[in-house]
Design a protein around this ligand. Sequence first.
Ligand SMILES: O=P(O)(O)OC[C@H]1O[C@H](O)[C@H](O)[C@@H](O)[C@@H]1O
Length: 427
Amino acid sequence: MDIDIGNALDAVAAPGVSRDYLDRLDERVADAHERIERGMADDEFGYAALNLPARVDTAAIRDAVAPLADAETVLTVGIGGSALGAATLTDALDTDGDAYYLDNVDPAQVSTLLDDLDLESTALNVVSRSGTTAETLANFLVVREAYEERGVDWTERTLVTTGESGNLRDLAAEHDLPVLPVPDGVPGRFSALSTVGLAPAAILGVDIEAAVDGARRERDALTGSLYETPAYAYGALTYALAARGANANVVMPYHESLETYAEWYAQLSAESLGKEGLGQTPVRALGATDQHSQLQLYRAGPNDKLVTFVHARDGPDVDIPETELAGLDYLAGASLGDLRDAEFEATEASLADVGLPNVRVEIERVDAASLGGLLYGMEAATVLAGELYGVETFTQPAVEWGKEVARDLLGGAEALDEKETLRVTRE
Ligand SMILES: O=P(O)(O)OC[C@H]1O[C@H](O)[C@H](O)[C@@H](O)[C@@H]1O
């Protein structure tokens, strides 16, 4: 991945960063890089995720999914990091079949999806690092019952990806299911390039080896300077801009296929860096669509955000046919890709024009190798930002509170104080 941070310099944007500040920050990047390399060398929790390109065993993934190779559809039951990395890959890339994700507990969605699926040809991929996540286990029980009700042997269709112990591990042992380990030391939101993210893609014929190769290239590019390392340039910049008032980071890919990428990044950034009153609120947007809904605010609203464009330099294209319609001369000889790119560059310029900081993240094309590199690069960027913020990047204590209360409520406990209400109803 490449990055252009010119439109976030203080010569263009406010908030913006000066070249002098970046030079000083680069000294801290060098220290942070040393810390990261040390963590990787010792396989410390979290830092170990950055070793995945060298450690992930794609052959073992291929072996585990082999019994499911004839599946036309893969239904993944998982949530957060156990779904978003895989979904980013299968939503972005060409696949031999359909991928669905149950990462919510919406009864309407679950029943509609199960009604529509031919379970006979559907592989069930159950993923939970902890093996205890309520939403995932509840959805699994519902889906398993649907298989049973339709007379399909779920044990012949199910792959489990989980940690060393827990409910799912026991279930896999009891029913002799293929099971893939979630690697040690890899938090869920950093697991896209592990068994967790790669297995569904492998079932659907994605070149997962190419994704890992792309990630490896990004890993090999990590140096102690933000001027040489696109991932670090991004991580350092998000940190610097947040400190100057860019409280949100609008992630705006200009490819429909990368819409899920923005969701993945949102979890990565929010759970890793949203601590001690710090972090940026990730906002998901999509170009060119959201030019026609959100751009008004980005250009004319408060300068309290960074916009991150994600763009692929090359890719499939479709010519726009000649037309007799009046006023469309400017489209003559153009393609949809030309139009998309012109919209992208115009939006970028329009934000620079009003001093809203924006950066351009570019990949070669939306393929497995570039996507592997992008995911790895953003993980490294996030780890670096965590070092600069001085937060505990790899924990998410604030997520736990609500989970515990929900469990207590289901168990019948009076887990919450009486809620303050001010209800407004129609007369
Ligand atoms: O993989 P699991 O253990 O089921 O966890 C799934 C998700 O749930 C939690 O709430 C965490 O906040 C996420 O970081 C995690 O990715």
